[in-house]
Design a protein around this ligand. Sequence first.
Ligand SMILES: *[C@@H]1O[C@H](CO)[C@@H](O)[C@H](O)[C@H]1NC(C)=O
Ligand SMILES: *[C@@H]1O[C@H](CO)[C@@H](O)[C@H](O)[C@H]1NC(C)=O
Ligand SMILES: *[C@@H]1O[C@H](CO)[C@@H](O)[C@H](O)[C@H]1NC(C)=O
Ligand SMILES: *[C@@H]1O[C@H](CO)[C@@H](O)[C@H](O)[C@H]1NC(C)=O
Length: 194
Amino acid sequence: MRKWILTWILPTLLYIPYLYIIFLLGTLSLACNDMTPEQMAANVNCSSPERHTRSYDYMEGGDVRIRKLFCRTQWYLWIDKRGNVKGTQDPNNSYSILEIRTVTVGIVAIKGVRSDYFLAMNKSGKLYGKKLCNEDCNFKELIQENKYNTYASAQWTHNGKEMFVALNNKGSAIKGKKSKKENKSSHFLPVHMS
Ligand SMILES: *[C@@H]1O[C@H](CO)[C@@H](O)[C@H](O)[C@H]1NC(C)=O
Ligand SMILES: *[C@@H]1O[C@H](CO)[C@@H](O)[C@H](O)[C@H]1NC(C)=O
Ligand SMILES: *[C@@H]1O[C@H](CO)[C@@H](O)[C@H](O)[C@H]1NC(C)=O
Ligand SMILES: *[C@@H]1O[C@H](CO)[C@@H](O)[C@H](O)[C@H]1NC(C)=O
């Protein structure tokens, strides 16, 4: 009699925690959807910040700055109304007014306020404007020793090297593949709006 109870109870006892663990793992993977914070940031709809401010907040996000990005080559980054990314030397060009939003620690999304395009870099290192932000729109913002910031694609690298937002001496966007962290064309000063 005892022997029978044991053989019946033991497997059941082992079975229940097993089921419980499966259940726990299931809810966990549902909740996180197996995403890293970077991926989560990439998947949100950046054009409707109001709805997502709360979820950014707990990731130290939700921080929005209105700035111009002045390149060390003496050009302001701007995104025109068709989504082209280039440089202007006109300080009154309103297309150079940018919204720099922290999406997660060290990662920002940059939107042209007037054009309503996000700054984006594709896999080939081409800079372009994107209406709906995705992983192409995430940039690693780093303050360099010289007080300038660099913005490297958070999604793409080229032969293991980071690809930077850069404007050459003529004010044209440089392909990320050709950009260099050390080169002044990759250095930007965030300028406050008066
Ligand atoms: C993103 O949000 C904007 C503004 O709320 C909305 O018009 C657009 O359809 C949304 N896009 C997606 C993919 O949810
Ligand atoms: C910019 O605007 C100000 C005031 O509207 C004007 O005085 C200045 O000449 C303008 N600068 C350029 C380069 O257009
Ligand atoms: C990146 O954009 C350029 C210019 O639009 C295009 O020629 C290239 O195929 C794109 N690369 C990828 C991987 O999408
Ligand atoms: C830096 O970029 C400029 C163009 O802006 C280019 O002429 C120069 O050769 C580059 N220097 C290095 C070290 O890559």
